[in-house]
Design a protein around this ligand. Structure first.
Ligand SMILES: [Zn+2]
Length: 139
């Protein structure tokens, strides 16, 4: 039976665990930037459009008294905008990566054209054409 320490060492030295850790660290730093963008730049501009009322003051007190429970609509709207922006940026990143991958696949063909019979489905490492049986140079 494997010892716990050995198993743990195997787990953290696996490549994808390190990739995941880097992703989480970059992701949380990125989330902080988006949160700051929303709270410090976008929401003040929206507040300006609504007559300069701070979005943190957009709330509805439930009941009376010194400290009634509050419906904090402003901070909720900020959180929703936050989410939409993060989802949008992630969509753009994934779309860019997919396009790059697609281009790479198109740029790297897996077949070649036979110089004798012009068949275009010859594997790159084939040394003889399957159609006309001519000898080919492996690439
Ligand atoms: Zn051929």
């Amino acid at each position: 039976m494997k010892s716990f320490a050995k198993e743990f060492k195997e787990f953290i030295t696996r490549g994808n665990v390190m990739d995941m850790a880097v992703g989480i660290i970059i992701g949380s730093a990125f989330t902080a930037i988006i949160t700051s963008l929303v709270d410090d730049i976008i929401m003040p501009l929206i507040s300006l459009l609504f007559g300069g009322l701070s979005f943190e003051a957009w709330n509805i007190p439930l009941g009376s008294g010194a400290e009634p429970p509050m419906l904090n609509l402003g901070t909720f709207i900020a959180a929703v905008i936050n989410f939409i922006l993060i989802a949008l940026v992630i969509f753009i990143i994934i779309r860019t990566i997919n396009n790059m991958r697609k281009k790479q696949e198109e740029a790297a063909p897996t077949t070649k054209i036979c110089p004798f019979c012009k068949s275009d489905d010859i594997p790159l490492d084939a040394t003889r054409c399957a159609h006309c049986t001519s000898e080919l140079l492996a690439e």
